[in-house]
Write a protein that binds this ligand. Structure first.
Ligand code: HEM
Length: 353
């Protein structure tokens, strides 16, 4: 009988190897969980900071929680096809699923109390090509970086320090412009009268491989009518939903898609910096909203309007927001869709909740 080869060192080596693997795994988890770098800004921290004092509304988006779904089409006139190979910019009609919404983490907030209104779109072309965008009606963003957005949320929520907001504004003077806009821009009584802006910059590539930095806006066909905030507060809590439902029931509502083209050197990494008014503009087509549906069981409820979901011919720029937004929206989406008991839906017959 032949002797089996033995080695007194091998059991020890195996144990050491196992220990090394275990330590490496724990370190990887610790890194991913942010335990090794407590100051690192994670998507979960951003989403947690959005929660109102009573905690988040389970089952709902962690921001822009109040909204209403719609469907319609994007009628492209082909004018932007020379800027980008995106299939939905070629002349044609493309289906849209969208959502009008309010920038609040509280889904029951009265409409007249929320300053910022949003429009989210998913435009679909053939071969699974999609363009998702979530825009707001402010002409520029409140802060320059995702880190500053986190700082703003923490300052707003810091009830222990009466100077928290003052300190934040001192360190982020760019916030002053946004505060001025929020305090002085007219309010309207309709989602249909708002212009919605991408604020973030993106890069287009055309068939010749040429690139162009752009921002975009959806400009309403309806004429904006100013209405006082006091008058708005006197209306019902959901007057925006009632208004848009009635309008779309009477006639489709329209917005023109306008691309603004950056000149070389225009700031693309900072959404607080609007580009000068004289920049070239291209009208690319019309968004037509045909049907409105409540969010509960509606076609937009299960969508994540992640601004990095782009078709060929459109790319993110050096603007840090789309990536940070994408990561935060994924956390919000994962949480709300897992909160099955509270997910917005019509009460079903026999539902005991
Ligand atoms: C780092 C900065 C930001 C953070 C952390 C953030 C966070 C969020 C979160 C968590 C949601 C809910 C997503 C979901 O559950 O599907 C959301 C929705 C939304 N955000 Fe942001 N956001 C940021 C910046 C922006 C900017 C710059 C804009 C506008 C240009 C914007 C416009 C919107 C809109 C319109 C929605 C509603 C999307 C929908 O209808 O599902 N956000 N945001």
């Amino acid at each position: 009988m032949a002797d089996r080869p033995t080695s007194s060192a091998s059991p020890l080596r195996s144990l050491v190897l196992i220990a090394v693997i275990v330590v490496a795994l724990v370190a990887a988890f610790a890194y991913t969980g942010g335990w090794l770098s407590p100051n690192r800004l994670t998507p979960a921290k951003l989403v947690n900071a959005l929660a109102p004092p009573g905690g988040p509304a389970l089952g709902y988006r962690r921001n822009h929680a109040k909204g209403i779904c719609f469907t319609g089409s994007f009628e492209s006139n082909g004018a932007a096809a020379s800027l980008s190979t995106a299939p939905m910019l070629a002349t044609g009609s493309y289906p849209v699923t969208g959502r009008f919404n309010l920038a609040t983490p509280v889904p029951t907030a009265p409409d007249g109390t929320v300053r910022v209104r949003g429009l989210s779109l998913r435009i679909v072309a053939g071969n699974g090509s999609e363009w998702r965008t979530a825009m707001i009606d402010a002409p520029f963003f409140a802060v320059s970086t995702p880190q500053a957005f986190y700082g703003l949320l923490k300052a707003v929520g810091d009830k222990s320090n009466p100077d928290a907001m003052k300190n934040f504004i001192g360190a982020h003077p760019e916030f002053g412009n946004f505060a001025k806009w929020a305090g002085s821009a007219p309010w309207t009584a309709s989602y249909a009268q708002e212009q919605y802006n991408s604020l973030n910059s993106f890069v287009f590539t055309n068939a010749a491989g040429e690139t162009q930095a752009v921002r975009w806006s959806f400009v309403p066909a309806a004429h904006p009518e100013a209405i006082s905030p006091d008058e708005l507060k006197a209306r019902g809590a959901d007057f925006l939903d009632t208004d848009i439902t009635q309008r779309v029931h009477s006639a489709p509502q329209r917005w023109t898609l306008v691309f603004t083209l950056a000149n070389p050197g225009d700031p693309t990494a900072d959404p607080t910096k609007a580009w000068p008014d004289d920049r070239r503009k291209v009208e690319a087509g019309t968004l037509v909203v045909n049907t409105i549906e409540p969010e509960a069981d509606g076609p937009c409820r299960d969508l994540n309007f992640d601004p990095t979901v782009l078709p060929a011919g459109m790319h993110v720029s050096d603007d840090p927001f789309p990536a940070a937004r994408s990561a935060a929206y994924a956390v919000s989406f994962d949480r709300r869709t897992a909160e099955e008991k509270n997910y917005p839906r019509h009460p079903a017959a026999g539902d005991t909740q």
